[in-house]
Design a protein around this ligand. Structure first.
Ligand code: NI
Length: 269
């Protein structure tokens, strides 16, 4: 079972680095200092809340492999709901899955998203490899732009489909203790663009979780009527702090995740 999951995360990574051109270089930066071992705190998946592809559908292969549903998170302004899943083995990443509340968008945007999801083969969506299978629908630039007006998240999922939206390096697993400030400085010095919405560091030791993230670099996406450069995937960094019982906090902080969603935005807010 653990081997199946390791294979799944390796496949997710190999898919993800095509959409996160910086990820492999950043991974190597930290692998060099940690005997080649970079442990992931979590990966994140994004989807629409329509039955065929919703959060529960994406979670099913992970739950069947022993993952347990834990925290739930609301992002009312982004019209998102999310849940995180904890792994059967502590060296495996947590899985954070968000879904867009499609019914809260305009009728036009809802209609566009429904025509996309209608192209998904239902049985395919229940397979483990669906979460890195890319876009299961055809999309034109007009519909992409229409979604972008209402929801950056909707436009991202419509354009890219299914991938790990980000991987997250666990600072707690580094061989030498390191602060998130030090990691951020190293990344900035190496020339990587960081998400500074609300400050470079989201969260705090008091909240038991500090996070930072790169900005997703543009990648070329092919639409049914042309190509465009749009933000792809990004890389995240997390440092967790112990709870009163001494164990590291394993949940997420909604206000921090809210800022991190902006790493794939086309417009800066
Ligand atoms: Ni994350």
């Amino acid at each position: 079972m653990a081997h199946d999951l390791e294979r799944l995360f390796a496949a997710l990574w190999n898919d993800y680095i095509r959409l996160a051109p910086d990820a492999q270089a950043i991974h190597q930066l930290f692998a060099r200092e940690n005997n080649g071992q970079v442990i992931n705190d979590h990966i994140a998946l994004r989807t629409f809340n329509l039955l065929e592809v919703n959060l529960d559908t994406l979670a099913r292969p992970f739950v069947q492999a022993g993952y347990q549903p834990r925290g739930e998170y609301q992002f009312p302004q982004r019209k998102l709901f999310a849940r995180h899943f904890e792994p059967p083995h502590p060296e495996l990443p947590k899985v954070f899955i968000s879904e867009l509340r499609v019914e809260q968008l305009s009728r036009h945007a809802q209609a566009i998203i429904k025509t996309l999801v209608a192209q998904v083969d239902k049985s395919a969506a229940e397979q483990a490899h669906f979460c890195y299978s890319g876009r299961a629908w055809s999309l034109n630039l007009e519909h992409y732009d229409r979604l972008l007006e209402e929801s950056e998240y909707a436009a991202w999922v419509a354009a890219h489909g299914y991938h790990a939206n980000h991987f997250t390096v666990s600072l707690n697993h580094f061989q030498q203790p390191v602060t998130l400030e030090q990691v951020n400085q190293k990344l900035i010095q190496a020339g990587f663009a960081m998400n500074d919405s609300g400050g470079l560091i989201k969260g705090s030791a008091a909240q038991l979780l500090e996070q930072s993230a790169t900005l997703a670099r543009p990648v070329t996406v092919t639409f049914s009527d042309g190509q465009r450069e749009i933000p792809g995937c990004f890389y995240e960094f997390a440092r967790r702090y112990p709870m009163a019982d001494g164990r590291l906090y394993q949940g997420f902080v909604a206000a921090s995740a809210d800022r991190i969603f902006e790493s794939t935005h086309t417009k800066k807010t």
